[in-house]
Design a binder for this molecule. Structure first.
Ligand code: SF4
Ligand code: SF4
Length: 188
């Protein structure tokens, strides 16, 4: 049976510690100055009435991935489970996929000279029934991941309970990453 993976990022629980980004770097040997996942911080409000907001940036595993359709060598491809991967041996570094990705999620690995992005840690973790490194490391449980067909899973239950935002949904890319938006607000 094909899986229906989803990764949820709860902006209300994130504290911007970057542990997810560091865990990803270690798990995937991501070189300095490039990243597969990063959490950006934004300041909200006007002094002294300030608040912080955090935003996760990474591949959102589109169900309709523009990066795949532009790839001239089929190095970018989609698995049966709908995850988007890159075959390093077939990548010619033409950068078409980098330009096609509306989420700015791809980059050239300067050590290997091939394109990379988040893979949900599929090879090293998810295919072995482990959580992606970022999810297992987050100290506040801001991240949850799993198969949406499993009704008892946290990712399914949270998806039922919360209002979800799918980034740039208007593009029709159908992301497998969803956000639970910040509802802290700024006190007046
Ligand atoms: S976010 Fe970008 S790299 Fe990831 S699947 Fe979508 S188009 Fe491809
Ligand atoms: S590890 Fe968790 S709390 Fe820390 S930045 Fe990442 S998502 Fe936010």
């Amino acid at each position: 049976m094909q899986k229906q993976y989803r990764l949820l990022y709860d902006e209300n629980l994130c504290i911007g510690c970057q542990a997810c980004s560091v865990a990803c770097r270690m798990e995937n040997s991501v070189p300095d100055n490039v990243y597969r996942v990063q959490v950006h911080m934004k300041t909200l409000g006007v002094f002294p009435n300030l608040g912080m907001q955090y935003e996760r940036h990474s591949c959102v595993m589109c169900e309709n991935p523009p990066c795949v359709s532009v790839c001239p060598t089929n190095a970018s491809f989609q698995s049966k489970d709908g995850l988007v991967h890159i075959d390093e041996k077939s990548c010619i570094s033409c950068k078409y996929c980098i330009l096609a990705c509306p989420y700015h999620a791809r980059f050239i690995n300067p050590l290997k000279n091939v394109v990379e992005k988040c893979t949900f840690c599929y090879e090293t973790r998810v295919s072995k029934e482990l959580l992606p490194a970022c999810v297992s490391t987050c100290p506040t449980d801001a991240l949850s991941f799993g198969d949406m067909r499993q009704k008892e899973s946290l990712v399914h239950q949270k998806s039922q309970k919360e209002v979800l935002v799918f980034p740039k949904a208007h593009l029709g890319t159908k992301p497998k990453v969803a956000f639970i938006p910040n509802r802290k607000g700024i006190k007046s």
